[in-house]
Write a new protein. Structure first.
Length: 44
């Protein structure tokens, strides 16, 4: 159940970030990588 919640949140964050990227082409990818690296270890 906990992994399902993390999976859902990570996909929701990724989708929201993609929408923001489409609106702001200049948004740095580094911010996403930092957030992703802080969330990704929780999946395992």
């Amino acid at each position: 159940m906990f992994s399902f919640i993390i999976d859902y949140l990570s996909k929701k964050i990724a989708l929201n970030y993609i929408e923001v990227l489409q609106q702001n082409d200049f948004l740095p990818l580094i911010d996403f990588l930092i957030v992703f690296n802080s969330v990704f270890p929780l999946v395992f």
